[in-house]
Design a protein around this ligand. Sequence first.
Ligand SMILES: C[S@@+](CC[C@H](N)C(=O)[O-])C[C@H]1O[C@@H](n2cnc3c(N)ncnc32)[C@H](O)[C@@H]1O
Length: 254
Amino acid sequence: MHPVITGAPVSRPDPDSYAVTAEFYDILQADRDAARVHDLYGRHVARARLGVLDIGAGTGRVTLMSLAESAVGVHAVEPARAMRTSLLTRLATLPARQRERVTVHPYALDEAALYAAADVAVCHNTVACLSPAARDALWPAIHAALAPGGTLLLEPPPALLPPRDVVRRLPEQRVGAHVYGGRMTMSAAGYRIRTRVDYWVRGGRHVLREHTESFWMWPTSRTRLIDDLARHGFAPLPGHGDPRVLAVTRPAHR
Ligand SMILES: C[S@@+](CC[C@H](N)C(=O)[O-])C[C@H]1O[C@@H](n2cnc3c(N)ncnc32)[C@H](O)[C@@H]1O
């Protein structure tokens, strides 16, 4: 997600964003998200013959799934230092034969200089958090990084602003004597969504620590997203009917 800042939205991700969230990300969400990314992208990744590109790799859910499901090289692109720390820690536990297939790019994709490096690109839970300017920089970079005929699979942003505050509790998780919890509150703020995430650690009945991090999200209709992608040379992937994922291809003839 894009951190909340004052002033005009910028296209460069802040390398220090997710500094609070990274500590809580995997303990509160990893298991559920691992099953979800396998369900959404696993069969596409398994068909990759050139490479897989994980755009906004975070702590590595799509990256690890791609290493397990494919036999090709995986490019994990992650500009935020805190998220990348968790990603590298996970990669460090892999057998050398898997680890030698993954390259971590510590930049936004448009700074990573990847050209025709993959035939499958996945952008999970990331586009929503990119400003229009950041998306304008991202689409040409994906086009360049995908080989002709390659496929881009992305999780679409929310189509609309929430009509009222939406609160989602992240199920609490026990770690030894402590219990970790979190709550996301999404509120409309002009044309954007402000997502505030509150985290806590409890010991018995006492709250030991509380932290908060906020992010911006930019809602966009599916039609608008398809139009944007078409302007950047992508065409809908024929035969893809899963409404949870937007699938487009970089046509072979362009
Ligand atoms: C909400 S997190 C999702 C992480 C991961 N995909 C997941 O679902 O667990 C979005 C990630 O995108 C990264 N990001 C932001 N702008 C980016 C860009 N231009 N290129 C690549 N990654 C970007 C952020 O640093 C952040 O880790």
